[in-house]
Ligand binder design. Structure first.
Ligand SMILES: [Fe+2]
Ligand SMILES: [Fe+2]
Length: 181
């Protein structure tokens, strides 16, 4: 695994996406739990309705929800700056890596849907970055509710609306190619 990547590289040169282990998930989880009287709970559980029908992408989406859950746990428990910052940085990094992997995975398809999808990825990332604010008195992180709003209305909504739509259209395109061959 590369030193500069928390979760490793998500795609290989062949254009396929592979899931990599994310040690930060375990270290952050352990650190967050050690520091406070929190019960580990799954804040953003995976639901079958989120699936896009591609195992690797679904696995990455699951990891995003886990990382968001760890950040929520840290913010809700009022953990110190370092723990919240690490959890936030891990979520930002994995979000960026996942979006980039998804865009590479679909890069062979030239379609207006994909351009629009890339813009959505940028907007969702910007909204995540805005959950950490550097004010005149220092860094301010989002509240647990603000994070929950982003996860439910931006991240999960993106899985079940735009991601599923792109996969459906790619699968239909692949089927058409097979039947016309
Ligand atoms: Fe996605
Ligand atoms: Fe996406």
């Amino acid at each position: 695994m590369e030193e500069d990547s928390i979760c490793g590289k998500l795609s290989d040169p062949a254009g396929t996406i592979r899931m990599v282990s994310c040690p930060f998930l375990h270290t952050t989880s352990a650190a967050v739990r050690r520091r406070g009287p929190m019960q580990p709970s799954v804040r953003f559980p995976w639901k079958h309705e989120y699936t896009v029908g591609n195992e690797t992408i679904d696995e990455q989406h699951r990891t995003l929800l886990e990382l968001a859950g760890l950040l929520h746990m840290a913010v809700a428990a009022g953990q110190g700056y370092k723990i919240i910052q690490n959890a936030f940085a891990a979520l930002v990094k994995y979000t960026e890596e996942h979006f980039s992997a998804e865009e590479q995975f679909w890069s062979s398809t030239k379609s207006a849907i994909l351009d629009q999808h890339k813009r959505l990825h940028r907007d969702i990332t910007d909204e995540l970055l805005a959950l950490r604010f550097e004010g005149p008195y220092g860094v301010v992180f989002c509240t647990p509710n603000e994070l929950t709003n982003w996860v439910q209305h931006r991240l999960i909504a993106h899985f079940i609306e735009e991601d599923q739509r792109v996969y459906r259209s790619l699968n239909q395109g692949a089927k058409r190619k097979r039947t016309s061959a």
